[in-house]
Design a protein around this ligand. Sequence first.
Ligand code: C2E
Ligand code: CA
Ligand code: CA
Ligand code: CA
Length: 276
Amino acid sequence: AKKEGRNRLTFFTAEMQSHSERVLLLENALHDVIEKQELSLFFQPQMDLKTGQVIAAEVLLRWHSKELGTVSPAEFIPIAEDTGQILMIGEWVLRETINQLKNWQEQGITPVRLAVNLSPIQFQVQNLPEIIKHLLDEFQVPATLLEMELTERGAMADPQKAIETMKAFQQIGVRTSIDDFGTGYSSLNYLQQFPIYKLKIDQSFIRDMTTDANDYAIVSAIISLAQQLGMKTIAEGVETQEQLTMLQELACDEMQGYYLSKPLPSTDFQNNFLAH
Ligand code: C2E
Ligand code: CA
Ligand code: CA
Ligand code: CA
């Protein structure tokens, strides 16, 4: 038993080492990721469930590293948050998103509103609303074409700061949505104080809602809550017609997911979903 215990210990140590080696590798590669032009933006359409129209898109970051290949944002964003690199990456995402809106306008393509994921680390930056206002002015893009996504967990980590920043966004005309809603233990008292445009129902509830009565009940309750509070709802991770039909019956406002489209590079997105 002792021997087995020791082997197990060795095994875990080796695992941990390769994990921290991987983290170091990514940290170093992230250092000059912008200069090397290895980042790009993908766009996933969001559809109005009443009209069937694509009315917005979520911006999703992609990293194609020359050394490491494609790295998922689920892996590199948390590392960039730990090192603070998320601040320069996040600002690149904002600038690039607003630049994309400008490019569509110049090409005579009618843009849709783009929703950008914000890290809670970025939220702590004092003048984030000013930075965004400055970028919108620089590119002459209307603020109504921009939306911010903040996770429920991120918002609840510092609710006072979240309220303050959301109000500043609202003042410049930029909407805020709450991402991964249902997973972050919102205080209902705070929720009604936030100037929230819409709740994004977490995909873990959508996945099983057609087979799991609990998940169905949660989705239904979130939609009712949003209606009471004057907020819109969007279901993320919609993959089947059955889910879509059920969401329409529940009067969910919008959907996003593979059933409509996976995230696409800008030219594919504009060719498939934007009016020329
Ligand atoms: P998220 O904000 O919750 O984004 C939704 C994720 O679900 C995306 O993964 C998207 O590709 C995926 N997805 C969309 N439709 C479906 C579907 O029908 N089924 C399933 N199973 N998945 C679907 P992705 O692109 O890998 O992004 C992962 C996470 O990385 C995002 O989760 C977000 O937290 C973070 N992220 C991505 N881009 C950015 C960014 O620019 N800034 C920050 N701070 N975080 C980002
Ligand atoms: Ca999101
Ligand atoms: Ca989400
Ligand atoms: Ca479940």
